[in-house]
Design a protein around this ligand. Sequence first.
Ligand code: CA
Length: 505
Amino acid sequence: MPNFDAIASATVQKASHLEPAFVHPTQDKIAEQKLAGRKKRPNILVFLMDDVGWGDFGCYGGGVAVGAPTPNFDKIARNGLQLTSCYSEPSCSPSRATLLTGRVPNRHGLHRPPMYGEAGGLQGETTVAQLLSEGGYVTQAVGKWHVGENIASQPQNVGFDDFYGFLSVSDMYSEWRDPHYFPEIVYSDARTEWVKNMPFNRCFVHAKRGQAATNVEEVTIPILSLLDEKWCQYSETFITGMAKKDQPWLLYHCTRGAHFDNYPHEKFLGKSPARHPYKDTMLEMDEIIGRLVETLRATGQLEDTLIFISSDNGPHMETWPDSAFTPFRCAKGSTWEGGVRVPGLMMWPGTIEPDQKSDGIFDFNDIMPTALGLAGESARLPTDRYIDGIDQTSFLLAPGGASNRKFHYYWLQENFSALRCGEYKMVLTATSDDDAGSAGPGGFTGTLERYAYAKLYNLWLDPKEQHNYMTRKLAYVDVFQHGIRHHLGTFKKYPPKKVLGQKAS
Ligand code: CA
């Protein structure tokens, strides 16, 4: 396994609706044996943060070095598998929908985040929660949703038994209330009224499967400061309650932090060495994951639970200094590595070996097939649509395992942007990141550039994607062209979908 080479190896496509994958008989057998030896199917905890950078945790080079120590995240990394090439999509909603559906944005149709009650969401998609639920799992969602506010796209209608959180994104509840950012709204009764009449729910909600969501509390700025604490308590209660039940569970815990603007809980306000709201919020994120892990330990479920920790995209540089640390090029909103390379920690004591590190590619769309693989429910994968995700069970469970994925495909809204294989990345279309047309240039700034000749970057020699290596590395062109032809070819049988910018249904 250590000598495995993704560029020089061939994949196998098991069915026309499934993404080709590597077959690794040795590691597959190890994973199979580990799962066969278990009394109970594993619980799955997905802990997804918002706009936290690849480098923010100490174990990725941040932590104390960037004024916000993360001892709990670092300990989890030491006790599990640390992924250095975990990929989200460029922004919140595309990433979350990809994680939940196992499909790239051009298939689930959420190419960008819906805002202020805009129509369009997960409606019509099949989610990992729905499939695990059909397989006997209890499914709980807590925190940020942001993959559709319309009733049919709400969590309790797409596979979750229960939801406690808000349906949109942090800044939508706060920015127009804050005189620092929006004086022209705060000091105008007419504009305040105008915002209040927009078709989004200003409250965070509770919902049970199939029932209407009920408002819990209006998300004012003081309440916003308390949300991560409230949501943590809700998840602690859920985990504690599940210890007494026989069913395995999925907990999809999505934090408010550390999306702009951050208003830290008073317990953390000014407590980070940096004494900045973003950094104080990182302290809270670290404390919360520590509490959830402790709850699992105290209730005897830690060794029955796979924990996946990540962030839904790279740092949002247009809102600096409410943004995070990445060593890579550009930021949230772009398909340069800074926009989509996110932290990825996997911990499952007793099943995933401690102190594992891998640069193998793991894609958010791998979560669904992997969760089904772990649950022994792979047969539930839909056959009526293309599934981009790959079952990565053996990559995660076998010590020193190799990724089962050959390519990561980068999508920038409706534009196919790039693909990666091994340490090489070919870029066809991307945003310019040297545009000064914004207060803080970042991934949402700049023009769309389609290159006359594709660019090729070696991400190990050149992680900042500054040195186009193409004309010296033509031997790789065929591998990448094959990947592009295959990927774009799947859209002929399975046409792309677009759900935003359409009329409300
Ligand atoms: Ca985000």
